[in-house]
Design a protein around this ligand. Structure first.
Ligand code: NAP
Length: 255
């Protein structure tokens, strides 16, 4: 089940904590990947690691790395065509890249607002619009966007981030309705707290306080998100669209 052999995927933020776990999960199911990020060195190192991993899995597929700064609309417009050129097609788009620029509303600077909206929300719109075209031609596609529990609950200090994540959810539901009849599904995965380099540096007391808010008593792993994405990207999830899969250890239970 959830075999992605023969499928291709573009993953943004692929060298990051969650993005790398998503990439590993899709590759483990047999997909060939276009790995994207803005840091060329990080990306190349990760691609080499992924190629070794795929040889180890005996898939023998070579993944590609495509540098793209999601803050630059011209760069973003080139990303999907570059992925299609190098991979031959695009079956799966994973909008994973994201940034935070946290501040209380009263102190939030215009740039803190606009950077987060441009990278987290607007870039995803451009990528979805570009990916829909080739997917419509072949009447198949899977678009999966990484949102966040705070897009549903809100969070003090994250007015910009929560707006972008909530916007991604609403955007995905709209596109899901436009593309459903063409065999293309559009869904979101909303992580809670995930153990990444970012959360690892928190003091133990703060980690304990966070864990106390999670019924499962621990943070999630990148692989938990990777598994959810692999499912939504699979042929078996073809009747699921416009949905958000919350992966948060029970921290917020959405109906
Ligand atoms: P991360 O390790 O900081 O990774 C973020 C990724 O985004 C990096 O690969 C980075 O690539 C890319 N990125 C940032 N700015 C970019 C830009 N201007 N252009 C292109 N790529 C850019 O963060 P993460 O924790 O894995 O987060 C991944 C996603 O999960 C994000 O959307 C985040 O909002 C969401 N999320 C995370 C958590 C959590 O607990 N960690 C919880 C809920 C939701 P470069 O370094 O190459 O620029």
């Amino acid at each position: 089940m959830f075999d992605l052999t023969g499928m291709t995927a573009l993953v943004t933020g692929a060298s990051g904590g969650i993005g790398s776990a998503i990439a590993r999960s899709l590759a483990a199911q047999g997909a060939r990947l276009a790995l994207s990020g803005s840091n060329g060195d990080k990306l190349r190192a990760f691609r080499e690691e992924m190629d070794e991993h795929s040889l180890h899995l005996k898939h023998g597929v070579d993944h590609v790395a495509i540098k793209c700064n999601l803050a630059d609309p011209d760069d973003v417009e080139k990303l999907v065509p570059a992925a299609v050129d190098t991979l031959g097609k695009i079956d799966i788009l994973v909008n994973n890249a994201g940034i935070t620029r946290d501040n209380l509303a009263m102190r939030m600077k215009d740039e803190e607002w606009s950077d987060v909206i441009r990278i987290n929300l607007e870039a995803a719109f451009r990528l979805m619009r570009a990916a829909a075209r080739p997917m419509m031609k072949v009447r198949f596609g899977r678009i999966v966007t990484i949102t966040s529990v705070v897009g549903a609950t809100g969070n003090p200090g994250q007015m910009n981030y929560a707006a972008a994540k909530g916007g991604l959810t609403a955007m995905s539901k709209s596109l899901a309705q436009e593309l459903a009849s063409r065999g293309i599904t559009v869904n979101c995965v909303a992580p809670g707290f995930i153990r990444t380099a970012m959360t690892e540096v928190l003091p133990d007391a703060q980690k304990d306080a966070l864990n106390a808010r999670i019924p499962m008593g621990r943070m999630g792993e990148g692989a938990d998100i990777g598994a959810a994405v692999a499912y939504l990207a699979s042929r078996e999830a073809g009747y699921v669209t416009g949905q958000t899969l919350h992966v948060n250890g029970g921290m917020a239970m959405m109906s």
